[in-house]
Design a protein around this ligand. Structure first.
Ligand code: AHM
Ligand code: MG
Length: 331
């Protein structure tokens, strides 16, 4: 075991990086770690639950068996409420933000926006899914109830962000604005261990990830870029490979390690794309920029978009610097 660094050790070691650090953010990150371990456990036995016919049925107490995404949502809310560093959360599963009313939470300095289980079409079919989170310092007065404005902050103001990927192994990847670090869950000791220190996305890549089924509804710029990806050119190593899992966390994670571009653009059917700014795009944009890549709506940096509502959508382009710049040259 010598030389293994656990995520908790790493978080406390890095605490000194923050000016005036009191340990609250470290505790908050640890709350997220605990919730993600519980969700990981549930994700891993999801198939068994199906075999037992438990999903969508009532259990012996007459309670309806919960879907995995709702269960994940509840785990994260419970962990963040118990921790006491967070005054409110917003998530994909809740129409409105949830402000915590107990004294300890109301004194909390942070709000967290998250997607408890992203990749909904993959949840029931044993394909990688993920959790995405984004942490902001609150704007409202500490000691009082949180307000919506605490969440409607530009991505640039994020304090930390990350994701958990429930894949062939489970990993947690996060940033606090000083690079990106990845940790793999070692199930034998139940700890996330540092496995991918200081992750950087290659400047160039050979992978493009987009739901090409939507091509007919895409702008000319996107259509031209996808045609470009498929052209033969030795120098730029085209044609590129098409890889699309349909779970943003998994597509993002692969592209970050191998180099590539992820695109969920605006379409004539969905003028702002599909992905949600606060808990899908901003955290991924923060990670991508910290890893040396670019994150754009096609029009501006994702993290410069002024949020106006909790579930706002934005066109999303994330990836290797040169690939994103190439795509933007078609706009
Ligand atoms: P979800 O939050 O309902 O799971 O939707 C988000 C997911 C992303 O993980 C993924 O990139 C995208 O939706 C896939 O959408 P599509 O099936 O339209 O390609
Ligand atoms: Mg989602």
């Amino acid at each position: 075991m010598s030389g293994v660094k656990t995520l908790s050790e790493f978080i406390y070691e890095r605490q000194e990086d923050f000016p005036f650090a009191t340990g609250d953010l470290s505790n908050l990150l640890n709350d997220i770690v605990i919730a993600s371990k519980i969700v990981n456990r549930e994700v891993n036995k999801a198939g068994l639950a199906d075999i037992l016919g438990a999903t969508n049925q009532e259990n012996i107490q007459g309670e309806t068996q919960q879907k995995l995404d709702v269960l994940a949502d509840e785990q994260f809310i419970a962990a963040l409420k118990n921790g006491g560093e967070v005054c409110a959360i917003a998530s994909e599963e809740n129409d409105d933000y949830v402000a915590f009313n107990d004294q300890k939470s109301m004194a909390g300095k942070y709000v967290v926006a998250f997607d408890p289980l992203d990749g909904s079409s993959n949840i029931d079919v044993n394909v990688s899914i993920g959790t995405i989170f984004s942490i902001y310092r609150r704007l409202s007065e500490a000691g009082k109830q949180a307000e919506e404005k605490d969440f409607l902050q530009k991505g640039e103001r994020q304090i930390a962000a990350g994701y958990v990927i429930y894949g062939s192994s489970t990993m947690l990847v996060y940033t606090t604005g000083r690079g990106v670090n990845g940790f793999t869950l070692d199930p034998s000791i139940g700890e996330f261990c540092l496995s991918h220190p200081d992750l950087k996305i290659p400047k160039n890549g050979k992978i493009y990830s987009m739901n090409e089924g939507n091509m007919a509804y895409c702008s000319e710029s996107i259509q031209q870029y996808i045609t470009y990806c498929k052209e033969v050119d030795k120098e730029t190593k085209r044609p590129y490979s098409a890889r699309y899992i349909g779970s943003m966390v998994a597509d993002f994670h692969r592209n970050m390690i191998k180099g590539g571009i992820f695109i969920y653009p605006e379409t004539s059917k969905a003028p702002n794309g599909k992905l949600r700014l606060l808990y899908e795009c901003n955290p991924m944009a923060f990670l991508m920029e910290q890893a040396g890549g670019l994150a754009s709506t096609g029009d501006k940096r994702i993290m410069e978009v002024e949020p106006t509502e909790l579930h706002q959508r934005v066109p999303t382009i994330l990836g290797s610097k040169n690939m994103v710049n190439k795509l933007l040259s078609f706009y």
